[in-house]
Design a protein around this ligand. Structure first.
Ligand code: TMP
Length: 221
């Protein structure tokens, strides 16, 4: 856990989750700007990646043909990258009392590799215990969008990191259901945000939730 007392400048770990094209990276930046304006120290990062060694593993995972890896190999590669990321970026930042905003974390492995990919969920839970341990997010913001809308947005970006976009619609429907199920199972940690509005509307919705959970004033920025 990043913190127990939200009224001080103690560390806090916030993750962003959701399917393809839900606008997570934009919202990570928006929240970072608002928190910095409120005087907080913020570190933004992403998975897979967030440390030099983990970024090398990212390239293996997000490029190439959809069937390049089995789902179990994907899970193991993501947890290898995560171990590096935790060691070199996340835990040092939390130790400096920063607020860490991370674009994807363990819920993505549960959704992509377990629910959609077929790896037993218990395998992901075991790896989470082993690799992540106590460093679980204080708050997870799940950006929710109809699959067709998210995929067409993601395909519109036209970047080369598109291995998962090519996995077919059924896979992406399973992902959306998985994230909603995770949110339902862990309501204290997770909040679902309707990502179909404007960037400003979504940023405001996220800001309200973060202020409430961190006991910040909504007028802080
Ligand atoms: P991004 O597009 O949000 O940057 O994430 C890269 C891709 O990696 C995305 O398609 C989701 C996928 N992914 C997994 O399959 N498992 C994981 O554990 C993580 C962190 C990401």
């Amino acid at each position: 856990m990043g913190s127990t007392d939200k009224t001080t400048n103690q560390s806090t770990f916030i993750t962003f989750e959701g399917g393809e094209g839900t606008g997570k990276s934009t919202q990570v930046q928006r929240l970072a700007e608002r928190l910095k304006a409120a005087g907080r120290t913020v570190v933004t990062t992403r998975e897979p990646g967030g440390a030099p060694s983990a970024e090398e593993i990212r390239t293996l995972l997000v490029t190439g043909e959809p069937d390049r890896w089995t789902a179990l190999s994907e899970a193991l590669l993501n947890f290898t990258a995560r171990a590096e990321h935790l060691e070199h970026t996340i835990r040092p930042a939390l130790a400096r009392d920063a607020i860490v905003l991370c674009d994807r974390f363990v819920d993505s492995t549960m959704a992509y590799q377990a629910y959609a990919g077929g790896v037993p969920p218990e395998t992901i839970t075991t790896l989470t215990r082993l690799v992540v341990g106590e460093t679980m997010p204080d708050l997870t913001l799940i950006l929710d969008l109809p699959v067709e809308v998210g995929l067409s947005r993601a395909q519109g970006r036209g970047d080369h990191e598109n291995r998962y976009e090519k996995k077919g619609e059924a896979y992406h429907h399973k992902l959306r259901d998985a994230f909603l199920e995770i949110a339902k199972a862990e309501p204290n940690r997770c909040a679902v945000i309707d990502a179909s509005g404007t960037i400003d509307d979504i940023a405001d919705a996220i800001w309200s939730i973060v202020c409430e959970r961190l006991s910040l004033s909504e007028n802080a920025q």
